[in-house]
Design a protein around this ligand. Structure first.
Ligand code: FAQ
Length: 315
């Protein structure tokens, strides 16, 4: 088959909703786009453990500590499924991790903000996991099979994460005046960065057009952001709190909430490495990688020993 025929066959499969699997022929740019997105997603899960891990030792009760521990462990699991999905595209885990450490690969802007109070952990659950799941539900139907399957399980866990965050804020919102103020302050600080998680406006999004044609993405950045705003405006009422945007207003023509302008300068500054915690986050990941070298060596030595034993039995 000529490359043209292969490309046509590939696009037909996508149009007919047949998943692309690792051994199928795929255009090099499709492979690279998936590696880019899946590895950046994996890095986000792993770096995302840092702002929450910060509060495990300071959670206000044993119950909250157990919940937070379970959640942070889930994020590690998500990272591992995603690194594995990425490896099916012919890149090694070490290569993807090197790309993170060298700054070649990005991770979500949101994890470059600090978690200053206990209420931030609730706000991360409600808003950050909420934004993540809004985007990830569409990814359960993404065209690359291993990524779509990983997302099914991840979404189930993310939905628990979002609910626990909301419930934690609900408790604070019914508490003392100080607790209420802490809850509102966390919402104020996390709202705009959460909206930035969906990426640049569609008109500025360099990858969206092609990713939509290949059904890697099923909804655009602005569509998902709008869905998220509409959902949160209703949910915040249950908390008796407000969202920090004076321009939020129901638009009867559009059947959606209008909202204020995102500070895109701040977004790009954070993406380029100049956010409040970028340097700290990367440093923590590099240190963890170096300090974990002995674990990787021991695991590799153990695997070699097992292989040799199995070969000896088989002989
Ligand atoms: N931060 O052309 P587009 C989570 C970059 S998981 C940093 O629109 P695309 C779980 C983008 O990479 C959260 N960079 O890009 C959790 C591109 O640059 P590049 C992560 C961003 O890929 C919860 C450039 O801007 N989720 O939170 C961001 O079509 C709690 C142009 O943008 C995923 O990764 C950003 N926010 O659409 C863990 C989901 N936005 O790569 C712990 C999978 C854009 O060309 C605690 N990813 N950029 O150099 C996606 O769905 C897409 O990649 C988008 C961006 C929607 C994020």
């Amino acid at each position: 088959m000529s490359v043209h025929d292969l490309e046509k066959h590939f696009q037909d499969k996508i149009d007919q909703e047949t998943k692309i699997e690792p051994l199928d022929w795929m255009p090099e740019a499709y492979r690279k786009t998936n590696i880019r997105q899946i590895s950046q997603h994996a890095h986000s899960e792993i770096v995302g453990m840092l702002p929450e891990g910060n509060w495990i030792s300071r959670a206000p009760s044993l119950k909250r500590k157990a919940i937070l521990l379970a959640k942070v462990q889930d994020e590690a699991g998500h990272g591992l499924y995603l690194y594995s999905a990425c490896e099916t595209l012919g890149i090694t885990r070490e290569e993807t991790i090197n790309d993170l450490h060298s700054g070649r690969a990005k991770y979500s802007s949101i994890f470059n903000y600090p978690t200053l109070t206990w209420a931030d952990i609730g706000a991360v659950g409600w808003l950050v996991d909420g934004a993540a799941i809004m985007n990830q539900v569409m990814l359960t139907r993404t065209s690359y099979g291993p990524y779509a399957r990983a997302m099914v399980r991840i979404c189930k866990e993310e939905s628990f994460h979002q609910r626990q965050g909301f419930e934690s804020l609900l408790v604070l919102s019914k508490g003392s005046p100080e607790q209420k103020a802490m809850c509102q302050d966390a919402i104020n600080r996390w709202w705009w960065p959460a909206l930035m998680m969906f990426g640049p406006r569609d008109t500025e999004s360099t990858n969206s057009d092609q990713s939509m044609k290949w059904k890697i993405k099923r909804k655009t950045n602005d569509e998902l952001r709008q869905q998220f705003v509409d959902m949160c405006v209703e949910q915040v009422k249950l908390l008796g709190m407000t969202l920090p945007d004076p321009h939020l207003k129901w638009n009867t023509d559009r059947n959606h909430y209008d909202f204020g302008e995102i500070d895109w300068n701040e977004f790009w500054q954070v993406v380029k490495g100049n956010g409040p915690c970028n340097k700290e986050r990367l440093q923590a990941r590099k240190q963890a990688w170096e300090e974990g070298a002995w674990v990787r060596e021991a695991a590799a030595a153990h695997a070699t020993k097992k292989q040799k034993r199995a070969a000896a039995y088989a002989a």
